[in-house]
Design a protein around this ligand. Structure first.
Ligand code: GLN
Length: 425
């Protein structure tokens, strides 16, 4: 194999890493800040939390549209990044007596994040227009950048918390992270490809046209993605129990370990991504050398089964003692669960995005990636709603339902395989 990854990958990797650094600082302290500094009541905290996450995952639809049809991916990334840099600054300057700045900050960060992220995916995809067979591994490498940011962000907050006991300083750190992101992006944007090379000139000048695709193919491609999106939502539903049911299991069912606080278990996800991605990439590269790399839908199928399996581990952990809520279970149960979930995540999150970029009609690529993130939003919301029954049923039933949902999704992938492989195999 003589093909190499494009130079722009490093730019996308580093830009996204710094953006995620800020985002995961925000995720780590947002609710705590509203609670302890702003003294909001729990209902307001919950509403603002849902509103913020909703904006982050629904505005990609708008961002995708802006990138596809209005100002292009590069300008949309820049706009989103600048909004976030200002947004974190407003948050840093906000206080109990200056709530206006808090709301302005929230607005800027929520919308900025949404329109930024989707266009990073578009730009990454464009880099692989002439080396399609490396696209999946490019998306996997990019996803490591996401998770390096997701690891160092909360660690930074932790250090700031210990040294200064001040949330506003963490928001400053996020703002500085965004300055790094902007500097890296602006200095390296020459290495990026602004317009999707699969779009024709005719296409660009005729908004609303289906470009070089026939109407039937255009429709079929969109329909294929509409099959995938509910499946994606069914992955994120159990996944986002990381901040809820799995954290509760860490808190009330798992043996207390002095150096391992319940909320820290979530960090295993990001750390396992960084450790496991190179191994998985190595395995796929060996298959590729033999011309036998599994198709993206096949990888997604395996990913869904890993999630089903992970939830079965939790069923076992619940039956074997977790149900008693007596802090008697070994932390290794959760570590094994996160390990298994993470293999699923590596196969589904970056590769799902890679898949969308392959199948989407080129003229609406960004918008369709926005659709992928909206499916994520539905998964996140369902996860919160489903979490409400955690205390009303035995834990093993809770996890069994999640496992069945995951296996059902993998069944859907299986029976749609032919359709899924047609354009994105
Ligand atoms: N951890 C990933 C990220 O922050 C996953 C986000 C998602 O698509 N749910 O990019």
């Amino acid at each position: 194999m003589t093909q190499k990854h494009p130079k722009g990958l490093g730019i996308i990797f580093m830009t996204e890493m710094w953006e995620r650094f800020g985002f995961y600082i925000m995720s780590a302290i947002y609710v705590l800040y509203m609670d302890k500094e702003l003294k909001f009541n729990i209902a307001t905290q919950g509403n603002l939390y849902a509103l913020f996450i909703g904006a982050c995952y629904l505005f990609p639809l708008v961002g995708g549209y802006l990138g596809d049809k209005v100002i292009g991916a590069i300008a949309t990334v820049r706009t989103g990044a600048v909004m976030m840099a200002f947004g974190y600054t407003f948050l840093a300057l906000s206080s109990h007596n200056n709530l206006l700045f808090f709301y302005i900050g929230l607005f800027l960060v929520g919308i900025g994040t949404g329109i930024f992220k989707v266009n990073m995916t578009t730009l990454l995809s464009n880099l692989y227009h002439d080396r399609g067979e490396l696209k999946d591994s490019g998306f996997n490498i990019y996803y490591m950048g996401v998770n390096v940011g997701a690891t160092i962000g909360p660690l930074t907050t932790n250090v700031i918390g210990i040294l200064f006991n001040n949330y506003n300083m963490s928001f400053w750190a996020a703002a500085i992270g965004m300055l790094f992101a902007i500097a890296i992006f602006e200095s390296g944007k020459k290495k990026l490809i602004a317009v999707n090379p699969h779009r024709t000139a005719a296409h660009n000048s005729a908004p609303g046209s289906t470009g070089t695709l026939s109407k039937a193919e255009y429709r079929e491609r969109v329909l294929t993605l509409l099959v995938l999106f509910p499946i994606a939502a069914m992955f994120w539903l159990p996944f986002y129990q990381n901040g809820f049911a799995l954290t509760k299991f860490a808190d009330i069912s798992t043996v207390k370990v002095s150096w391992l606080r319940p909320e820290v278990f979530q960090a295993f996800g990001a750390i396992f991504i960084i450790l496991l991605t190179p191994i998985i990439l190595w395995i796929f590269s060996k298959f590729r050398e033999k011309g036998k790399e599994p198709s993206t839908p096949t990888k997604i199928f395996f990913g869904m089964n890993m999630m089903g399996l992970a939830m079965l581990i939790m069923v076992a952990a619940s039956i074997l003692g977790g149900n008693k809520d007596q802090n008697i279970m070994s932390p290794l149960w959760l570590v094994a669960t996160y390990f298994t979930i993470t293999i699923g995540e590596i196969l589904i999150s970056p590769l799902g995005q890679s898949y969308v970029t392959k199948v989407a009609p080129p003229s609406i690529q960004g918008f369709m990636i926005g659709g992928w993130f909206s499916a994520t939003a539905i998964g996140v919301i369902s996860s919160g709603l489903f979490g409400k029954i955690y205390d009303s049923v035995p834990h093993h039933s809770f996890y069994l339902i999640l496992s069945l949902i995951s296996f059902f999704a993998s069944f859907l992938v299986f029976i749609s395989m032919k359709k899924l492989k047609k354009y994105g195999g």
